[in-house]
Design a binder for this molecule. Structure first.
Ligand code: ADP
Ligand code: MG
Length: 391
């Protein structure tokens, strides 16, 4: 895998030329992300604090005319041709459906002719680092630029979400494409998923993020994810009844409200609500700690978040817990937690930059020693939102 973004970009230009015999007209890219805090908060109208990483997906595109679309994915090593006919889709997590979805929806605004695509990425796929949002946002940016379709910034993540929901069949939220569009380097992004208001929160250059991709396929993820959504909804209904108040989402429940119904709500539902309510509070406290450059506090809140996801929300896994346990014992580590929906996927830890290389090696070694051979640990810098270059 090429080491830097620039290498990937250069290699992609070559790939495009080899595959299609001419240069691309446009290259767009978008980043993967890690959530720093605010997990499972998006479908409860909560707060999410996320950060784009310096791993990106690049989409090179060129007009070919006619009705035929051809796409090549460097990572999958696959080339496929297809026609885009809106309203007729096989709804599956097939990589080409993302491209078909973009062309079908953008084609409602302006006719889109046959196009060549080449894709290359450094975002690990299916690992909770949101390769799908990086992928779909880079395609939206490439196609809208290629056909001069003017989109408002906010329309990009809204479309991305529709494509994942309607064309790929994944019940994903807006946060991941939102970060892929709006992130700024050296900043985290606080998103209020109720209003879609957001703010950039600077992160000190003295700290770094280590990412651990557990390599565990998230087999349970879809069923358990849907179950958690349902349980949050049930918790809300019960808590509303007990309090005699009309509440719209768990965002409306205060900690005092929650405590007042303890014992009269089913234990599991109470635990789920407890995670969501306290996670919103932790997100607010994390932002104020970041603003004060109090990294120890940020780390402490990350760890609390992990424990809450582990015990109250029950979405962690042995691989994620092992990483967090290893990381938190080491000097120079501020805190660690799982990131993304859970059941495998990835975990992160926040470290003092002065020790980043040493810690990265140590953690990777110890992680293997406790038996998790498939894990991969890498250093992530903050990344920027989507970007388009026209030639
Ligand atoms: P995550 O977003 O956590 O990485 P998802 O299952 O949501 O996991 O998305 C992974 C899917 O996105 C892949 O199975 C594939 O369909 C698509 N995808 C992501 N990156 C690429 C790529 N570089 N080339 C082709 N398809 C990709
Ligand atoms: Mg995804």
């Amino acid at each position: 895998m090429p080491s830097s973004a620039n290498d990937v970009r250069k290699e992609l230009a070559k790939i495009f030329k080899t595959e299609f015999g001419k240069s691309a007209d446009v290259v767009a890219s978008a980043p993967g992300r890690v959530n720093l805090i605010g997990e499972h908060s998006d479908y409860n109208d909560g707060l999410v604090l996320s950060m784009a990483i310096d791993r990106r997906t690049y989409t090179a595109a060129g007009r070919r005319g006619g009705d035929l679309f051809i796409a090549f994915s460097n990572e999958l090593g696959k080339k496929t041709s297809f026609e885009v006919i809106a309203g007729r889709f096989e709804h599956s997590n097939f990589w080409v459906n993302y491209i078909k979805g973009v062309c079908a929806l953008l084609g409602e605004a302006k006719p889109i002719e046959g196009t060549n695509f080449a894709i290359s990425s450094t975002v690990p796929r299916g690992s909770g680092l949101s390769s799908s949002a990086a992928y779909v946002v880079s395609i939206i940016e490439a196609v809208s630029s290629l056909y001069d379709i003017k989109l408002k910034d906010i329309e990009v993540p809204v479309l991305a979400r529709r494509i994942e929901n309607e064309f790929v069949g994944v019940q994903s939220g807006i946060v991941d494409p939102f970060v892929a569009k709006f992130a700024k380097e050296q900043n985290a992004l606080l998103i209020d998923t109720r209003s879609l208001d957001f703010q950039h929160v600077p992160i000190s250059e003295d700290c770094s993020i280590l990412v651990c991709v557990t390599g565990v396929k998230r087999a349970l993820a879809t069923t358990e994810y849907n179950k958690r959504r349902q349980q949050c909804h049930q918790a809300l209904t019960t808590i509303s009844e007990k309090l005699g108040k009309k509440l719209h989402t768990l965002r409306d429940v205060s900690i005092e409200d929650l405590r007042s119904v303890k014992g009269s709500v089913d234990e599991t539902l109470y635990a789920r609500a407890h995670h969501i309510v306290t996670e919103n509070e932790r997100a607010v406290r994390t932002v104020s700690a970041l603003r004060k450059n109090d990294m120890s506090m940020v780390g402490k809140l990350m760890l609390e978040s992990h424990m809450s996801l582990r015990t109250h929300f029950e979405v962690s896994s042995p691989e994620l817990d092992a990483f967090v346990e290893i990381a938190e014992q080491l000097d120079g580590v501020y805190g660690a937690r799982m990131t993304g929906a859970g059941f495998g996927g990835s975990a992160i830890c926040l470290v003092d930059s002065a020790y980043e290389e040493e810690l990265s090696n140590q953690i990777a070694q110890r992680y293997k020693m406790v038996g998790f051979e498939n894990g991969m640990v890498f250093l992530a810098r903050s990344g920027m939102g989507s970007h388009v270059e026209r030639s």
